[in-house]
Ligand binder design. Structure first.
Ligand SMILES: Cc1cc2nc3c(=O)[nH]c(=O)nc-3n(C[C@H](O)[C@H](O)[C@H](O)COP(=O)(O)OP(=O)(O)OC[C@H]3O[C@@H](n4cnc5c(N)ncnc54)[C@H](O)[C@@H]3O)c2cc1C
Length: 387
């Protein structure tokens, strides 16, 4: 359905990811979705296959093969089978490993990156708080300097992997009175299950992404060592934005995967089901729905690939990433809606995965910056107020 010209390397990476998704994940999806099961062993298998090493150099356990485009096609292929299983690309590589690689000390890089890349450690990143989502710079969690290191107090919520992660990125205010506020934020590398003063709870009740754990983190006089600071004190906001530029990209790719799954399912169904003596595929209104799904999806795909291509050339791609993420999220939700319409009552059943596609697609309008936040970024560039 797609004739974008990829290098042989990217084609091989895509083929490997598709095989893994089809052979390893697909047989588990229905049962695991029912009981909301997360399987750490799958993360390790992905690590062994090199899925978390495309933008990480060999000296830290990666391969550097495939780059951002590699991460995008892997995310797409995994999410085409299960959106939940697209998440580890972010939780391991695009979030913690890449951000530590960009900003960490040599010691932090050696200590944390190889285990994230191999899947031996599970990663997370914690920005969101009960009262702070989109307005990241207003976060309330504090990190206070002491003689021994740092004391952290506050709460983070809706954190993917919160209660299973061994290592994570935490964003907290070292100077809550700083003006502008973002200058008072610092990033830390922390060990959620290991360091004193950190409590973790899963969020059990959620709308979708049932096989991807989500939880809360509570910091009560949590003690962080001096060398937990990532980058410079007071530069946390910049680090958070750099991280989002990467995690947002693979999130957009996951939305593409879900959109693709919706198109394939709807197409196959219309070629099999007959009403009024004709295949659904022969009704113009159904054809119109399929054409809409495809056109929006393909446009989103090209935008996401453009962003990855720019990143692989060493260029910034905030504008392209936000544009791609916005359209990929919106088109995934639209495609899931139309797929459900096309499948009629079967779409509304659990016999077909359309309800799952719709539930999972909705997450992309929220995570890594909501669709409104993406539109704010996009319009900022269109108006020339962002460069
Ligand atoms: C499944 C899942 C996994 C997640 N994983 C993580 C994670 O790993 N780490 C993490 O830190 N967070 C995570 N999050 C949290 C997610 O990033 C936030 O939910 C998201 O940033 C939005 O914040 P909010 O939910 O507080 O919404 P709010 O910021 O309260 O926004 C509510 C609504 O108001 C709109 N709005 C807000 N401000 C504006 C504005 N200025 N202009 C126009 N509209 C506006 C928003 O677009 C949205 O529609 C996850 C969330 C989910 C659902």
């Amino acid at each position: 359905m797609m004739d974008f010209e990829f290098s042989e390397e990217i084609q091989m990476i895509r083929a490997q990811a598709r095989r893994f998704a089809e052979e390893r994940i697909k047989p588990l999806v229905d049962e695991d979705e029912k009981v909301h099961r997360f399987r750490p062993e799958i993360v390790r298998e992905m690590g062994e296959l090199g899925f978390f090493g495309t933008i990480i150099p060999e000296e830290y356990g990666g391969s550097g093969l495939g780059g951002f485009m590699g991460a995008v096609v892997i995310s797409e292929e995994l999410a085409r089978i299960s959106a939940s299983w697209g998440l580890p690309i972010n939780m391991q590589m695009m979030g913690p490993a890449y951000t530590i690689y960009k900003f960490g000390t040599e010691e932090q890089k050696q200590k944390y990156i190889p285990k994230l890349v191999s899947g031996e450690s599970l990663g997370c990143f914690a920005m969101t708080e009960p009262n702070i989502g989109s307005d990241v710079a207003s976060m309330k969690t504090t990190a206070t300097k002491t003689d021994k290191g740092w004391v952290v107090n506050g709460q983070k919520t809706w954190i993917s992997n919160a209660h299973v992660a061994n290592v994570g990125l935490l964003y907290a205010m070292n100077d809550p009175n700083a003006q502008p506020r973002y200058r008072g934020m610092t990033a830390f590398v922390f060990e959620p299950g290991n360091w004193p003063g950190i409590d973790r709870r899963p969020i059990e009740d959620k709308f979708g992404l049932f096989c991807a754990p989500t939880g809360e983190l509570f910091f009560e006089d949590a003690e962080f060592p001096e060398d937990a600071v990532l980058g410079e004190v007071g530069k946390g906001f910049k680090i958070a934005m750099t991280q989002l530029d990467a995690t947002r990209l693979s999130c957009a790719a996951r939305a593409l995967g879900v959109g693709q799954a919706c198109i394939e399912l709807a197409r196959d169904y219309t070629l099999e089901r007959k009403q009024f003596g004709r295949y659904l595929a022969d009704f113009q209104m159904v054809q119109s729905d399929l054409a809409e799904m495809y056109a929006e999806h393909e446009a989103a795909r090209m935008l996401v690939y453009k962003a990855a291509w720019k990143r692989d050339r060493g260029e910034r791609a905030t504008f392209e990433t936000s544009t791609g993420k916005y359209l990929a999220a919106e088109s995934a939700v639209h495609s899931a809606n139309l797929a459900m319409k096309i499948l009629g009552s079967y779409g509304y059943s659990t016999e077909y995965p359309v309800a799952r596609f719709l539930r999972d697609a909705k997450s992309y309008q929220i995570v890594e910056g909501t669709s409104n936040i993406q539109k704010m970024i996009i319009s900022g560039y269109v108006l020339g107020r962002r460069k």
